[in-house]
Write a protein of this length. Structure first.
Lengths: 389, 292
């Protein structure tokens, strides 16, 4: 057991992880509870924003599982995120029955459309447990079926990216329709309470933030468990030499479907935590550019490291929040510029740069003894290849 | 040119067609092994069939890459397949390992009655046919040790591999393989950083870890130096014996050094089959291949 845990990270890695987790889960709420006059106090408005970032971080980690580790570039992952969000939105809408603008038992948009009763697929969503189950199972099932057909047909590389992009686009068009029954254009919004707690109150917001932080930590540990297992090594082998892996007896299709479905469900969970914090879910979450942005976060942070993906999501979203406020028109140029620069100069992302710098600093002290290979340091290999050739 | 093999060689009883013809009748109703044992040729009665390729035909856009190829491999045999470029050697391997589906024909492994051409690559690999590619193919971002671990014979299920741990016996087996291929000192090295020859050996080592019944090896010495070639020849001999090894090779020097029996493919057909010495004297072979 201990040995297995040390495969996740070395002692140093665990220490850093513990500090980061403590900072997110304990320190931020603590600083938030300080009186506003203290210099380090975290203002209330920042809490949902940070919570939102953490959800993006979860999504980025899930994306890294399929792209960084398995080499499947999905440009439709925001679909699963949005579906999870819709599942949570449906729960929130059902719990406010009778409290909407029209004081009806139906959600407001249905009254507006003159619907007389609830569509069958809305039933049961007033129960939190059922809603959570559904918001994980439905995207998971969709991913399973889509993945099974796509990978079985040996759709790969750019073709798969295009198909996933088309999938999320088609879903967006579907959800834009009023008749689909998810509020059309406007989506689901104007939520009141989650599990009996008002969504307006700061303490609920803080609670949601803490739940997001814990979910992120658990997601990270789960993904770390997967990528450091033999299954993780098979995934990487599928990425780098799929045919060889098949000739070794591994059915790469099953492995891809597994990681694809897992990733989709993690995205859905992230989406479900995201919606109560931002207060709205609508079809624009499914627009193709969202999925592309997700890929950029992962590329900028560093593929195939999990931590890199998380870092990329946090950095870029932080920059986005700042820039869209300070220079509203500059954000897209900045994003595009960053992506070009990272692709050209930092093929292994920000995390790769940090690893390189750390090694350079450590280099004079070290002898040339071959360093122990840590599973997480796989991205260091291309650089070594350059040195040795 | 016909698919008929060369007239019977004196020592080994090399012809395949009578047996194959017999097999095509009897697979329907009986055991393959029995067929061999009771077959018309007493020479093979003591041996057991490892791989049986029967009337294999493959066309790509009208071009016949393989034309009615029949091949019989005894258990423990080391067979070389030679032939000029485009003779269908790699296509033959593709068919046996499930990468290419043949138009007609079938492949049988040992006493199994199931036709391998209906299975997927991974199912065939799990049954015990290993393959080494022309270009060394290893998982570059894994260490030498991890590559062997992945190849190690065992359960290939997704959920099994999520919780799989190396047992003591597994570790010993991997160490033994690393010893055999001489890469023990490099076991922590990323496979992508290995020298070309080392990669070839690692791939052979992965096949050892896979422990297949039949091993198909595509051009193992391409790009190797003389000493590396000798070491590879030695490895080939060690592999044969309990396993059946099929080597596709261009390098005649190497073929001469390992071959006991050679099959010559030409334009998708079997041109000749027999011991190396005899093949070298065959005028047809000289015409299409050796002489040029």
């Amino acid at each position: 057991m201990r040995e297995r845990l040390l495969q996740f990270h070395g002692r140093r890695g665990w220490l850093i992880l513990a500090i980061a987790a403590a900072a997110l889960i304990v320190l931020v709420p603590l600083l938030n509870s300080l009186p506003k006059s203290f210099p380090l106090s975290v203002p209330d408005y920042l809490i949902p924003l940070l919570g939102k970032f953490l959800c993006y971080g979860m999504m980025a980690i899930a994306m890294d599982m399929v792209w960084g580790y398995t080499g499947i570039l999905s440009l439709g992952h925001a679909l699963f995120f949005a579906l999870g969000g819709y599942g949570m939105g449906m729960y929130l809408m059902r719990r406010m029955a009778g409290e909407g603008v029209y004081r009806s038992n139906l959600p407001d948009f249905m009254v507006f459309l003159d619907w007389k009763e609830l569509p069958w697929y809305w039933h049961g969503f007033q129960h939190f447990g059922f809603a959570v189950l559904m918001l994980l199972l439905v995207p998971g099932l969709l991913a399973l079926v889509f993945g099974w057909f796509a990978f079985r047909s040996r759709i790969k590389g750019v073709y798969l990216s295009i198909v996933t992009q088309a999938l999320t686009f088609a879903a967006m068009l579907l959800f834009f329709q009023n008749a689909t029954g998810f509020g059309g254009n406007n989506g689901l919004t104007d939520f009141k309470r989650i599990l009996g707690h008002s969504l307006q109150s700061p303490s609920t917001k803080l609670g949601l933030y803490i739940v997001s932080a814990i979910a992120l930590l658990l997601t990270y540990l789960l993904c770390r468990f997967v990528v450091t297992s033999k299954l993780g090594r098979v995934l990487t082998a599928v990425r780098d030499a799929e045919l060889k892996t098949r000739f070794c007896g591994y059915d790469s299709i099953n492995y891809k479907v597994f990681v694809w479905t897992l990733s989709a469900m993690l995205c859905a969970l992230a989406g479900a935590l995201y919606v109560p914090q931002v207060g709205i879910i609508n079809p624009s979450e499914m627009q193709p550019s969202n999925s592309i942005e997700l890929a950029i976060w992962v590329a900028v942070g560093g593929r195939g490291t999990l931590v890199g993906a998380l870092l990329g999501a946090l950095l870029l979203n932080g920059a986005k929040s700042y820039l869209t406020a300070a220079f509203p028109s500059a954000w897209l140029y900045f994003l595009g510029g960053i992506f070009v620069l990272v692709t050209l100069f930092l093929p292994r992302g920000v995390l790769g740069l940090m690893t390189t710098m750390r090694k350079k600093r450590a280099a004079p002290e070290k002898t040339t003894a071959p360093e122990p290979v840590v599973a997480g340091e796989m991205l260091a290999a291309p650089e070594k290849a350059v040195e040795s050739s | 040119m016909s698919a008929q093999p060369v007239p019977d060689s004196t020592d080994s009883g090399a012809t395949t067609s009578p047996v194959a013809a017999e097999a095509s009748e009897s697979t329907v109703n009986g055991d393959l092994l029995e067929t061999v044992a009771d077959g018309p040729r007493p020479q093979v009665a003591s041996q057991v069939v490892a791989l049986w390729v029967e009337n294999l035909t493959v066309s790509f856009d009208g071009f016949r890459a393989l034309n009615d190829v029949t091949l019989l491999l005894d258990r423990g045999e080391l067979r070389c397949i030679i032939g000029p470029n485009g003779a269908g050697k790699t296509t033959l391997m593709d068919c046996i390992t499930g990468k290419t589906r043949p138009d007609t024909g079938s492949v049988y492994l040992e006493s199994r009655l199931h036709n391998l051409t209906e299975l997927s690559e991974c199912e065939i690999a799990q049954l015990g046919i290993g393959r080494k590619f022309q270009r060394p193919t290893v998982s570059p971002q894994h260490t030498v040790y991890e590559n062997c671990e992945l190849a190690l014979k065992g359960n290939r299920g997704v959920f099994h591999s999520l919780f799989a741990r190396l047992s003591k016996a597994d570790k010993e087996r991997i160490d033994q393989v690393l010893e055999t291929i001489g890469l023990k000192d490099l076991k922590g090295r990323m496979a992508g950083l290995l020298a070309h020859g080392h990669k070839q050996w690692l791939e052979i080592g992965m096949l050892l870890a896979l422990d297949p019944k039949v091993l198909l090896i595509d051009e193992p010495v391409a790009g190797m130096t003389q000493p590396e070639m000798e070491r590879t020849a030695e490895l080939m001999h060690r592999l044969a014996g309990e396993r059946t090894v099929v080597v596709v090779e261009h390098d005649m020097e190497f073929v001469r050094s390992i071959a006991r029996k050679v099959t010559v493919l030409h334009e998708g057909r079997i041109l000749a089959e027999g011991p190396m010495a005899e093949i070298q004297r065959d005028p047809r072979v000289i015409e299409v291949y050796l002489g040029t």
